[in-house]
Design a binder for this molecule. Structure first.
Ligand code: GTP
Length: 601
């Protein structure tokens, strides 16, 4: 395929606006897959099917005939959730244009705006497409108005489709050919390609998804990378159509997957591949995504440490945003502190560990990264600099030696129908938010912007927002530096003994309320045991809340005294099974998910 006949593009949209459905239609229309294959082909991970979201960007190379000419369209699918904006960034690297998909009923939403600005920043051609025009309440005219007010799009450029029914989808394909330019590449230059994704395959090992910027690459060639400086032999090259299709050579402008004898850890996203004996200028890589939310992840028992490590390594290869460092805890043993982009990212990662690797990790409550300025005393030798950075409550510095704490802030963008605006504003204030902007954006929609502490957002802000607006409000956020904050460490004591793994960091104004909730939640979660358990929440020496868990008296086998032996054995086995999922903290056994669940509503 000549370069002029290549189009590299991506579909970007707010969650649920129909990206996967449109991608499937494009695949069918171009004959890459059979029509009515039923499921969404590009969402191939189990988690994605269950949660109905696209987590991992996937690519498909399609052939499309337009005015008697054959075009190669490389479609790069992107995730839609706020947590995964780093993946959207990467997916856009090989692209010259995007299809910006907007639901005809929902209209422009927070991530529509975020994606639009991202595409514009990268100078990509934007094709505005209104989807779901078949819906009874569809209002494409209102959506057009929003697109005009907010994103300055020209009305004549807007395409109206129903991805579900397939109407108008051919216009999208034609627009991709007509409006998006071919990639600017040089086939006569030495081979140079960008790794924009990588994953681990059981049979083929590490696989890199590459965008060939210059030259060409064939099977059997020796290659190296700007970052690794090692030598590898190319074993397989394949196009994703979307199922792997082997080719001997891949040319500049194309997108494809390469397997060679590269180790998982060596396939760096953002790295530049080149032929072994040719030095080239490395392509611009990616800013490493910044983890925002940190949790401790531990094996149920230490015998599973090695297998959990292997599982985390493999998943981390598939997800460059995950950042794991070793840590150990008194109660939980050796484990990792893992940084995630957000709470959903974390939940998906843990779920994948469980489903794809059969792991049963213990996960501690998530925390953000705080900073503390240390007083200038000579006695403090523990801290070298004058600022301490921590994201684990265990490392909370002694407040006596801190002159000021700082917490990370975000700027939140919320789009909502005006009926919910008062409740949403009061939610934002409750979450310590400061209003920056309120603006009408067409129809009955408003856009709000608040500066808020990240800590208030990670746990349940999104859920609260969704439930108070019956699902109609949408939310996206960006980093907004650090601000001074009066934070404290909320200690949790079980029978008077501090359990570090259950402690959390909160704003002083919320300590009492959070402490009460935490105690109630623990009271609900911890099963009764043979002795009474006092559950307390405290800041320093001051106890803020207490619950008492009464002892458990009944012996499960008592009523079977002298009875059926097999039944008795079965009951004991069940009891043992129940215990297996428990973690002993001192003499007290806690269910595996206690640590992560205590802060949730
Ligand atoms: P994420 O991957 O989670 O970001 O979602 P998505 O944007 O890929 O959305 P998806 O394709 O999964 O579609 C979301 C829902 O909208 C599904 O229930 C689709 O069946 C439905 N849907 C998509 N396109 C249309 C359409 O044109 N009309 C109607 N009525 N429903 C549609």
């Amino acid at each position: 395929v000549p370069v002029e006949a290549i189009r590299n593009f991506s579909i970007v949209a707010h969650v649920d606006h129909g990206k996967s459905t449109l991608a499937d239609r494009l695949l069918e229309l171009t004959g890459a897959i059979k029509a009515n294959s039923g499921k969404q082909v590009l969402d191939n991970l189990q988690v994605e099917r269950e949660r109905g979201i696209t987590v991992k960007a996937q690519t498909a190379s399609l052939f499309h005939s337009y005015r008697g000419k054959r075009y190669l369209l490389n479609l790069i699918d992107t995730p839609g959730h706020v947590d995964f904006s780093a993946e959207v960034h990467r997916s856009l690297a090989p692209c010259q244009g995007v299809v910006l998909l907007v639901d005809a009923n929902d209209g422009v939403q927070a991530q529509t705006v975020a994606n639009y600005y991202l595409a514009r920043e990268k100078n990509l051609v934007i094709i505005p497409v209104i989807n779901k025009v078949d819906l009874k309440n569809a209002n494409p005219e209102k959506v057009k108005e929003q697109l005009q007010i907010l994103l300055d799009t020209d009305e004549v450029d807007v395409i109206k489709i129903s991805a579900k029914l397939g109407t108008g989808v051919d216009q999208v394909l034609d627009a991709v050919v007509e409006r998006i330019p071919p990639p600017t590449v040089a086939r006569d230059q030495p081979f140079r390609a960008l790794i924009f994704d990588s994953w681990y395959d059981k049979h083929k090992g590490a696989i890199s998804l590459i965008y060939v910027k210059d030259g060409s690459l064939s099977v059997g060639k020796q290659i190296s990378s700007a970052h690794m400086k090692k030598s590898y032999e190319v074993r397989n090259i394949f196009l994703l159509r979307p199922h792997a299709e082997n080719v001997k050579t891949i040319f500049a402008g194309q997108v494809g997957a390469v397997s060679c004898n590269m180790k998982s850890k060596e396939a760096h996203i953002g790295d530049t591949l080149h032929l072994r004996n040719q030095s080239v200028e490395p392509l611009e890589g990616f800013k490493p995504p910044k983890p925002m939310v940190f949790s401790g992840v531990y094996p149920m028992d230490q015998s599973q440490f090695v297998s959990l490590q292997a599982a985390i390594d493999k998943l981390a290869l598939n997800d460059s945003a995950v950042n794991a460092t070793l840590e150990s805890s008194a109660a939980l043993g050796r484990g990792w502190r893992i940084g995630f982009l957000g709470l959903l990212h974390m939940e998906v990662f843990i779920q994948r560990l469980e489903q794809e690797y059969g792991a049963q990790p213990i996960v501690t409550a998530p925390a953000v990264t705080y900073k503390a300025k240390i007083l200038g005393s000579k006695n403090i030798t523990k801290y070298q600099g004058d600022t301490v950075i921590f994201n684990n409550p265990v490392h909370f510095p002694d407040p006596q030696i801190v002159s000021e704490f700082y917490e990370p802030m975000i700027i939140a963008t919320i789009i909502t129908p005006d009926t919910y605006v008062r409740e949403i504003m009061s939610l934002c204030r409750e979450k310590r938010g400061v209003e920056k902007l309120t603006k009408t954006i067409g129809g009955d929609r408003l856009m709000l912007q608040y500066v808020m502490p990240l800590n208030e957002v990670i746990l349940d802000f999104h859920d609260c927002l969704k439930s108070m607006s019956s699902g109609y409000a949408s939310f996206d956020y960006e980093d907004y530096d650090y601000e001074p904050a009066d934070i404290v460490k909320l200690n949790v004591l079980l029978n008077g003994k501090l359990v570090e793994e259950l402690c959390t960091i909160v704003h002083r104004s919320k300590a009492s309320e959070t402490g009460k909730k935490l105690c109630v939640k623990l009271h609900e979660t911890i099963p009764r045991q043979l002795f009474e358990i006092a559950i307390q929440a405290a800041v320093g020496a001051k106890v803020l809340a207490r619950e008492t868990l009464k002892p458990y008296k009944k012996d499960v086998t008592a009523k079977l005294y002298g009875g059926d032996v097999t039944r008795r054995k079965k009951l004991l086995a069940q009891q043992a099974e129940g215990k297996k999922k428990m973690k002993m903290i001192g003499k007290i056994s806690l269910p595996r998910d206690t640590f992560i669940n205590i802060l949730k509503r």
